[in-house]
Write a protein that binds this ligand. Structure first.
Ligand code: PAF
Length: 288
């Protein structure tokens, strides 16, 4: 099927209406473009579930802080459309900023507590921007299912809460992180790295694996695990600046002191211009 490119809210609503009239269910893959294999896996999941798949491509200004990389964020529209088409997406929604945020817009969505720690602590307002744009995209497209990546674990947890609290009748799917051969999680921000920084960036996954292996061998103290991860990063990514390393409960993102159930190990490290995040879900009951 040929990909339909829709630049206006009216045109994507028309495409979705026609698909529903033809008996299709609708899947949405919200993105900020610069699509890579991680995004492709989300499109594959939606297409594989049989949905008329809408990929939204919108660099959302409200989720960037004043000193963040909004202006520099890579915009690769034509290549993005080719990837959408190659993976069987039915429509790409690429609205203008003015269409999404017309003058006078005053509403934003805040999910309390879950947005305070981890990335929320160093990116104030970020999740309000994410929640507001995703709620708008849900209302514009009206999907049955939505697909997000586990790499943005906190985002997925916050959006699941938002969808439940606001009664969006949408099944949220969180798909596994796609990694480069050396373990680095795929991210649009990886292209900001120099060759040397790129090598150092593999230490994020290395630190996560180190903690996961220790937990599998019986370590339970979060403080010691965090310290070991910090040491690993200092040794293997000397140019990195740790924003946070955290072991949290994957349900409510509260800090874990003793690992005796499923735990989300998450970290954010600034390497050069790139702020990189990654995480692993670990269950100590899966012993080595
Ligand atoms: O994960 C992203 O790319 C963005 O945060 C999202 C969900 C598309 C909202 O702009």
């Amino acid at each position: 099927m040929t990909l339909q490119r829709c630049d206006t809210i009216e045109s994507i609503r028309g495409a979705v209406r026609a698909a529903r009239a033809a008996g299709r269910t609708i899947g949405i893959v919200p993105t900020m473009g610069n699509l890579h294999a991680g995004h492709a896996s989300l499109i594959d999941a939606s297409v594989g579930d049989g949905h008329f798949t809408v990929v939204t491509i919108f660099v959302n200004p409200t989720q960037f802080g004043p000193t963040e990389d909004l202006a520099a964020y890579p915009r690769t529209g034509e290549a993005d459309l080719a990837l959408c088409e190659a993976h069987g997406a039915a429509a790409a929604f690429m609205p203008a900023v003015e269409a999404m945020y017309p003058p006078g817009a005053r509403t934003s969505i805040h999910v309390a507590a879950l947005t305070e720690g981890l990335c929320g602590a160093s990116r104030p307002g970020h999740f309000d921007g994410v929640c507001t744009v995703v709620a708008k995209l849900f209302n514009i497209v009206g999907p049955d299912a939505a697909y997000f990546g586990q790499k943005d674990a906190q985002q997925a947890i916050v959006l699941r809460r938002m969808a439940k609290d606001l009664d969006f009748p949408i099944a949220l799917h969180v798909c596994p992180t796609v990694r480069e051969a050396d373990g680095l999680a795929m991210s649009s921000r990886n292209q900001y790295l120099t060759a040397d920084q790129r090598r150092q960036a593999t230490a994020l996954h290395g630190a996560l694996r180190l903690a996961a292996e220790r937990i599998a061998r019986g370590s339970t103290g979060a403080a010691a695990l965090e310290a070991a991860m910090r040491e690993h990063l200092a040794a293997h990514a000397p140019d990195g600046t740790v924003d946070y390393i955290a072991l949290v409960n994957p349900e409510d993102l509260t800090c874990v002191q003793d690992v005796n159930g499923p735990v989300l190990i998450a970290l954010a490290v600034k390497v050069g211009r790139a702020r990189l995040i990654d995480n692993l879900m670990v269950d100590p009951r899966d012993r080595l």
